[in-house]
Design a protein around this ligand. Sequence first.
Ligand SMILES: Nc1ncnc2c1ncn2[C@@H]1O[C@H](COP(=O)(O)OP(=O)(O)O)[C@@H](O)[C@H]1O
Ligand SMILES: Cc1ncc(COP(=O)(O)O)c(N)n1
Length: 270
Amino acid sequence: MRRTALTIAGSDSSGGAGIQADIKTMMANGVYAMSAITALTAQNTTGVTAILNATPEFLGQELDSVFTDIFPDAVKIGMVSERELICVIAEKLKQYQAKNIVVDPVMVATSGARLISEDAIDTLKQELFPLAAVLTPNIPEAEELTGMHIEHADDMIAAAKKIAEQYHCAVLCKGGHQLNDANDLLYFDDHYQWFCGKRINNPNTHGTGCTLSSAIASNLAKGYNLETSVERAKDYISGALAAMLDLGAGSGPMDHGFAIINKYTQEEED
Ligand SMILES: Nc1ncnc2c1ncn2[C@@H]1O[C@H](COP(=O)(O)OP(=O)(O)O)[C@@H](O)[C@H]1O
Ligand SMILES: Cc1ncc(COP(=O)(O)O)c(N)n1
């Protein structure tokens, strides 16, 4: 039977991050994708110009509609910028006993725009982190969550350990473009494991965080364990970056469809 995944995140009008990146990633990873939209953003590769949040009531209805019909095998949570929205998500995930929850603590877009209000960060920590199977902070997010300064690989281990112990969940601290090449650190069950990627010289990294967390959720939905899901997600994102799509004036999107070349796409490729 086809496995299913739900993304709870913001819409990116330019299609490279947020809900759009999540759905493309889930489809490319072979799972049926569903969405509950927390906010509309007017954005492109150069920045975010406007944000319109869903009301908590509407978000609750989106979640009810999904969970009472097609139960997701995994859930990915991305941009949620207000406390009331975070509370509704936590309430519904508990009510429906959602499983395989991946929380990407989205705070600032690659382009620099702030995507969560300051006062919502505490709610995120209190309400959503304890429900997560895995959290996927990048370095600035891990710094914000721990108050630590992360400069070296050892600091990534210490920060991930601190977050994991505090919220009783696994933590994937992403080295990404900021530090330690493309090497990500997974801290879980009192030990850690490095996932080393080959750094791809591509400036177009809009939506990398969204894409990685959705690929992890897709693989959890398919029944892989956490380590294998991270391994497969790294492999997918490396392929999407290596396809060297180059769109837009700023840091552009990746080629989420690189792996699904088929009879409908082949003819148009040249
Ligand atoms: N240039 C790159 N080459 C290969 N992998 C990369 C590159 N940049 C980011 N990644 C990988 O993409 C994933 C997302 O990381 P990151 O870009 O740090 O997320 P975010 O968008 O949250 O900042 C991680 O697995 C990271 O290692
Ligand atoms: C709606 C939305 N959600 C998340 C991001 C973060 O994107 P990135 O992965 O590039 O940091 C974004 N730019 N827009």
